[in-house]
Ligand binder design. Structure first.
Ligand SMILES: C[S@@+](CC[C@H](N)C(=O)[O-])C[C@H]1O[C@@H](n2cnc3c(N)ncnc32)[C@H](O)[C@@H]1O
Length: 257
């Protein structure tokens, strides 16, 4: 996957009337899990709000352009999370927000988690918010009823729609570029969708950024994700994000090395 999917998406979000931001509740939940960690922390990605988690933090992302843009705030490194450019046991903690979303189940997802395990010291901790797919997965009809009653933002719907489409196809993985076509086929009238849900049309249109994406999104169920955790992790738990409407479904995965 190239970095352009993320760059285009972050740009589209930032110019909305109500820019999309990482929920502060999620940031607080991730930070809380590494509060007791003593030693260097690795951040998977460039989530600004996580950069002050520790004075001793390195952020890594494979987009050289994005890494250069953020350089200065903290130490940033360009590199691939499936081949981390660090010696074994270099970090006491590793964090991220949604960082695993574009790693296809099972092999790429397993490989990034194995790399994290390799780079953590024994006793080290991984804490990352994950977008789990409920089992059973609500279908489009269920999602629309919630959305029409005002119970879901478009950003949440976008992921839930992707989960519903992945589940219909019988896989945790879905090609991001397929999503605008699927939405057009299943819900052709965007104006009508906006009117029924109260969503801003400009926000609905952010899904068009997906058209040129070569990313695959992965939405494992809790059982699927648990099934591929590397043995190097001795314990795992899913910590709900407090005060967030999807805090139970999209919890912080905490792994102890
Ligand atoms: C998966 S996420 C979300 C992580 C985090 N919330 C953030 O905003 O950085 C998007 C980021 O992951 C990076 N990324 C995706 N696959 C990667 C890989 N194999 N190695 C390193 N970075 C990767 C993208 O370049 C992008 O900046």
């Amino acid at each position: 996957m190239t970095g352009s999917h993320w760059k285009d998406l972050f740009r589209a979000w930032s110019v909305l009337p109500r820019p999309v931001a990482v929920p502060p509740e999620a940031i607080a939940a991730i930070k809380a899990e590494v509060r007791g960690v003593r030693g260097p922390i690795l951040l998977l990605g460039l989530t600004r709000q996580l950069m002050d988690t520790s004075d001793d933090l390195v952020a890594i992302d494979r987009s050289v352009e994005m890494v250069l843009n953020r350089a200065g705030a903290v130490r940033t490194v360009a590199g691939d999370w499936t081949a981390l450019p660090f010696a074994p046991a270099s970090f006491a903690g590793c964090i991220g927000d949604g960082s695993l979303i574009s790693f296809a189940f099972p092999d790429r997802l397993r490989s990034v988690l194995s790399e994290v395990a390799r780079c953590l010291i024994p006793g080290g901790r991984f804490a990352c918010r994950v977008f789990l797919r409920p089992d059973p997965t609500p279908g489009l009809g269920d999602l629309l009823s919630i959305a029409r009653s005002g119970g879901m933002t478009f950003q949440h719907f976008k992921f839930k729609f992707a989960m519903a489409m992945a589940a219909e196809a019988g896989s945790p993985n879905i090609a991001v570029a397929a999503l605008p076509e699927l939405l057009a086929a299943r819900l052709p009238g965007r104006d009508e969708l906006a009117a029924q849900t109260g969503w801003d049309l400009a926000e609905i249109e952010t899904i068009d950024v997906y058209r040129s994406s070569d990313a695959t999104y992965c939405f494992p169920t809790r059982a699927e994700l648990t099934s591929l955790l590397p043995r190097a992790f001795t314990a795992h738990r899913f910590v709900p994000v407090a005060n967030h409407p999807l805090g139970q479904e999209w919890p912080v995965l905490v792994l102890d090395r």
